[in-house]
Design a protein around this ligand. Structure first.
Ligand code: ZN
Length: 193
């Protein structure tokens, strides 16, 4: 059984100073770097998802969506945070690329070669994913729940995710939903690879 790390959307627009900054997002970057290093040393796949929206995305407020513009493809805000350290072998998954594609879940995204994330995981025989990143109550939640739906077990790194909390308590509700769906929770101290 192969395991893989999925780092969700650690992009400049979701970090301090970005157009849709998640509170304290920067605090998780050193922790994610440690996880990425552990997985790379163990020769396990490291996957990094990114929002990669068109400027006319319907997920943006000007087009009737919920969010200020963020992570417009090829913009600075869409780049990974400069402090994020991914191994050279990391696979980048782009999501939310269509105008009507909100792109919350990494499972709806594709590699640069056009392979979907579910296909990539199948090809690598991944049966368990470990997930951290941004934001706990949106893209992390959607990605964890889609993994479980696909029959892949999932661990949420609770020391390496942060949420938006549009409504107070949203992060707790999201974590409860993931646990109810079958995810477990872990921290770097409890990671056995
Ligand atoms: Zn988005």
């Amino acid at each position: 059984m192969t395991r893989a790390l999925i780092v969700v959307d650690v992009q400049r627009d979701f970090c301090e100073g970005g157009s849709l900054a998640v509170p304290n997002a920067g605090a998780i970057i050193p922790v994610l770097n440690r996880y990425a290093e552990r997985f790379a040393v163990a020769n396990l796949p490291v996957i990094a998802t990114r929002d990669w929206h068109p400027a006319a995305s319907q997920h943006f407020q000007q087009q009737g969506g919920q969010w200020p513009p963020h992570c417009v493809r090829d913009s600075i805000g869409a780049t990974f945070h400069p402090e994020l350290r991914l191994p050279p072998s990391a696979v980048v998954i782009s999501k939310g690329v269509g105008e009507d594609d909100e792109g919350y879940s990494g499972f709806g995204g594709t590699t640069q070669r056009g392979q979907s994330l579910p296909e990539f995981l199948r090809e690598q025989q991944v049966r368990h994913v470990y997930i951290g990143g941004l934001a706990t109550d949106y893209c992390v939640r959607a990605t964890v729940l889609d993994a479980l739906k696909a029959g892949i077990s999932a661990t949420l790194f609770i020391d390496a995710c942060r949420g938006v909390n549009m409504q107070p308590g949203d992060v707790e509700v999201a974590i409860e939903a993931m646990v109810r769906g079958g995810a477990d929770l872990a921290t770097i101290e409890r990671l056995a690879l």
